[in-house]
Design a protein around this ligand. Structure first.
Ligand code: G6Q
Length: 546
């Protein structure tokens, strides 16, 4: 039987018709005008998140068709498959079980018949013991002093999650320890992070699933040399100032890190889905084991909601389906994530990897080309700062950019009128984007005719608003899981593998070839294109190499 194409699915055809029939302008104005209940009805709530998607360019029928689409691509069965530990990462033949990382005692998550929840709890227990000892000063450095600075060395999934979570939960972090993060192989990153540090009170966490990543291992070796230079070359210091988070025990020992100070995880955890595994050790050191478990509780609540709620009321599923609607049917190539929450300043960068590395794919599971645009470009900055820079393009430019607004009802740092002003700005932006300001309205204000086109706002820029009470560890967990499962939902509709990342390989291989060409003492034979050859020659000659 020939494979059924996405475009042949009845729900897809219905959605394409809905798209064709969308009014060319003022669609949201008329949708709200004819339907006073819309702003309350097109919302969903779970796990402390209130999700308002009423300012999206869709109506109840679109929503019904999106849910039907989810049914026709068997979303429910695919969700269950992930939770059952099926090897849904087919190109790497791996299970995808980050949901097991936040399992509660008594849950069962099996990989190849082995229940992994005990392993998860065992590592969590070891992390907790270690974190307590560092936080209360029982863990001492080589010269007998307690730890005052923790430096996480990692990149990609072994950096973005830890940095984002540290920034997000800073309010709950201990003041006794400073946290720094090193990721870039640019020596500036390590040098600036190490500047002013006392080696005797510094602890490095080398976070690398594989323990072979070039950038991380180069930074880790520089850190090791920096430490040894400060303590007279005594290699015994390494065990007191380095711990590892990895799945590669052999390489960890070879580096000189005591295996007792290695915190493991498993090949069924993808890098960008690992911030709640031992990759989150820096997070736990910052906020303590109890708060870390609260964060896991938030993740778990959203996992259960995703697994059990009907698709009509399912927050991540709805968000994922709306993203498909915007990206694949309405032609929106990017989406902005705009947290009105300073603590979430690294959240857009985190989501960028989560979404773009997962769904930036052009072939389906069977290797054939996808049938429609897939993963959108994700970007963003915290409000209100963005309002004074790039929002202009969202309001009046030529791209239609769906936006996610995120905000807390209560600030963790109440200060005069700040929070009300922040929220007023968030709500105002969503309102302005949706409804704009027509030429007639602009003219009616007495605007000179020649300025009217410049001051008109077209509106119909879709947005969702995600509101929560306060940014607690549990809310952060729920928020991250919400986006993880939205990304999963999108991948299921597009029939792609959201869990591999072959696209990062080619550049790595080529860099491996170019490095010796840049460093060799004698003039290398260059066989690249003329541009790459000329750049290599220029760098070599500027560095006084022949
Ligand atoms: C994430 C990717 C990637 C990975 C980094 C670091 O999903 O796999 O970003 O996290 O390449 O890898 P290591 O943890 O193995 O150093």
């Amino acid at each position: 039987m020939p494979k059924l194409s996405l475009r042949d699915l009845p729900a897809w055809c219905g959605l394409a018709a809905k798209r064709r029939n969308l009014p060319a302008s003022q669609a949201l104005r008329s949708m709200f005008a004819v339907d006073p209940g819309r702003g309350e009805r097109l919302t969903a709530e779970a796990c402390g998140l209130y999700f308002d998607f009423s300012k999206q360019l869709l109506d109840d029928e679109t929503l019904r068709l999106l849910v039907e689409l989810a049914e026709q691509v068997n979303l429910r069965r695919r969700i269950e498959g992930m939770f059952r530990g099926e090897r849904i990462n087919t190109t790497e033949d791996r299970a995808v079980l980050h949901v097991a990382l936040r399992s509660a005692p008594g849950d069962t998550f099996a990989v190849d018949g082995h229940d992994v929840t005990g392993d998860v709890q065992e590592v969590l227990g070891r992390m907790s013991g270690f974190a307590e000892r560092v936080r209360d000063g029982r863990w001492i450095g080589h010269s007998g002093q307690r730890i005052r600075t923790v430096v996480n060395i990692g990149i990609g999934g072994s950096d973005l999650g830890p940095v984002m979570a540290y920034e997000a939960l800073r309010h709950f972090a201990t003041d006794d320890i400073e946290f720094r993060f090193v990721s870039n192989v640019d020596g500036t990153d390590f040098s600036e992070a190490a500047a002013g540090l006392d080696a005797g009170t510094t602890l490095f966490i080398v976070s690398s699933k594989t323990f072979t990543t070039q950038e991380t291992m180069t930074n880790a070796r520089s850190a090791r040399e920096w430490l040894l230079a400060a303590c007279g070359g005594d290699t015994a210091a390494v065990a007191r100032h380095f711990v590892a988070v990895s799945t590669n025990g052999k390489e960890v020992s070879a580096f000189g890190i005591d295996p007792a100070n290695m915190f493991g995880f498993w090949d069924w955890v993808g890098g960008r889905y690992s911030m709640d595994s031992s990759i989150g050790l820096s997070t736990m050191l910052a906020i303590g084991p109890e708060r870390f478990r609260e964060m896991l509780g938030g993740f778990r609540a959203m996992d259960r909601h995703f697994l059990t709620a009907s698709l009509e009321r399912n927050l991540p599923a709805i968000h994922g389906l709306i993203t498909v609607w915007n990206t694949s049917l309405c032609g929106c190539e990017t989406m902005a994530v705009l947290p009105y929450e300073q603590y979430l300043k690294r959240f857009p960068a985190y989501l960028q990897q989560l979404s773009m590395e997962s769904n930036g794919k052009r072939v389906q599971l069977d290797g054939t080309l996808v049938e429609c645009p897939t993963g959108p470009v994700v970007w963003g900055e915290p409000g209100t700062n963005g309002q004074h820079s790039f929002y202009q393009l969202i309001h009046q430019g030529t791209h239609r950019i769906p936006c996610d607004f995120l905000g807390a009802v209560h600030s963790l740092n109440p200060l005069g009128r700040h929070q009300a002003m922040l929220l007023a700005n968030m709500l105002a932006q969503a309102e302005a984007l949706a409804f704009g300001k027509s030429a007639e309205e602009v003219a009616a204000e007495g605007t000179p005719a020649r300025l009217v086109p410049h001051r008109e706002f077209p509106g119909d820029i879709p947005s969702s608003t995600i509101l929560y009470d306060r940014l607690t560890p549990a809310i952060l967990g729920a928020l991250v899981a919400f986006y993880e499962h939205s990304v999963f939902t999108q991948g299921v509709v597009w029939n792609i593998n959201s869990f591999d990342q072959w696209g990062v390989e080619l550049g790595k291989v080529l860099a491996g070839k170019i490095l010796p060409e840049l460093e060799s003492a004698t003039s290398p034979e260059l066989r690249h294109d003329s541009s790459t050859n000329a750049l290599i020659r220029r760098i070599r000659s500027t560095r006084n190499l022949t």
